[in-house]
Design a protein around this ligand. Structure first.
Ligand SMILES: Nc1ncnc2c1ncn2[C@@H]1O[C@H](COP(=O)(O)OP(=O)(O)OP(=O)(O)O)[C@@H](O)[C@H]1O
Ligand SMILES: [Mg+2]
Length: 303
């Protein structure tokens, strides 16, 4: 899930857009951007593109349903999803909208899905055939899985963003193909990924300790992240937050051990940039040791 876009480090996309696409649309609550989100594209630039009908429709629906009050700008466009900075009645949010699954590569999917049982035979066949209906089902599952994981991990006290819709499944099903969660950082300055920051040796140590602890906290609950590296770890006020959960796998998956080992490897490798020379084996041992240790304090979610 760690696609890197060619405009990650680019400045504003100065394609001459004057936001008129959005302003012309009555009832749209998209704020005209006056702030300067460095290194990010303007929402209007994106929504002017024909390919983003799904994002447009989803945003409109979420505004109508009241889940969002406005969409401020696009933060990042990855392989599978686009991340937007949005506002909600509960504060600044990260809105992650998945792309049409028809355009998705299923190359690496099988390894995560193994061990999952789809009891409905017709649904299973549709998914396997990759028919339009089957793809819709797969996407629905994928997005619902991200929410379910977020809720579980958040309630268990892990360092993950708070999901902003739910915890009832019916409520968060309304937002598919989008996931809405609390923004880490501030609206003016969203948290960077650990892969994008420069750390002092002491900060690097601290970030490493927290990242190993985060992987151990997941393992204690029976999970391997499946894409655990500094590309999916945010850094804000000396604290690591884990993101990106659709491919989380459990011990029911026959590839569980291998996925866990791969996570330890990617974590160790991605921290080299910060001057740490840890091995995959050493990292995995430490994660396993900590997984037997104390768990974080659970969070209480009031009804
Ligand atoms: N809660 C959050 N607060 C702040 N920023 C976030 C949050 N969640 C995600 N992001 C930003 O959005 C980007 C995309 O999120 P995520 O990693 O979940 O999606 P993805 O489909 O894997 O995208 P990519 O392929 O770019 O990794 C992240 O790299 C991060 O910069
Ligand atoms: Mg990611």
């Amino acid at each position: 899930m760690s696609a890197h876009t060619d405009w990650d480090d680019a400045g504003w996309n100065d394609s001459g857009s004057d936001h008129s696409d959005w302003d012309a649309d009555p009832g749209q609550k998209l704020r005209r951007k006056t702030r300067k989100p460095q290194g990010r594209r303007k929402l209007a630039d994106l929504t002017g593109e024909e390919t983003d009908d799904i994002a447009d429709d989803t945003i409109r629906r979420l505004l109508d349903l009241g889940h969002l009050t406005e969409v401020v700008c696009e933060l990042k466009s990855g392989k599978e999803a686009t991340a937007y900075l949005a506002e909600t009645v509960r504060g600044p949010a990260l809105l992650k909208i998945y792309r049409d699954f028809a355009a998705r590569s299923f190359k690496n999917d099988a390894i995560y899905r193994e061990g999952q049982v789809v009891l409905d035979q017709r649904a299973r066949r549709a998914m396997e055939s990759r028919s339009r209906k089957g793809l819709e089902m797969l996407q629905f599952d994928w997005v619902m899985a991200e929410y379910a994981h977020l809720w579980q991990l958040w309630q268990a006290g892990l360092s993950v963003p708070e999901p902003l819709v739910g915890p009832h499944v019916k409520t968060y099903a309304e937002t598919v193909p989008a996931v809405l969660m609390r923004l880490i950082g501030t609206a003016e300055s969203p948290a960077p990924r650990l892969s994008d920051v420069r750390l002092t040796p002491e900060e690097a140590r601290r970030a490493w300790q927290q990242s190993v602890q985060g992987m151990a906290d997941l393992l204690r609950l029976g999970y391997a992240h499946g894409d655990y590296s500094t590309y999916n770890l945010l850094w804000w006020e000396n604290t690591v937050t884990i993101i990106d959960f659709p491919q989380l796998t459990t011990r029911a998956n026959p590839n569980f051990k291998e996925l866990l080992r791969r996570d330890a490897q990617s974590l160790a490798t991605s921290f080299r940039k910060h001057g740490l020379q840890e091995t995959a084996e050493g990292t995995l041992r430490e994660v396993q040791r900590r997984a037997l240790g104390p768990a974080p304090e659970p969070r209480v979610v009031l009804p």
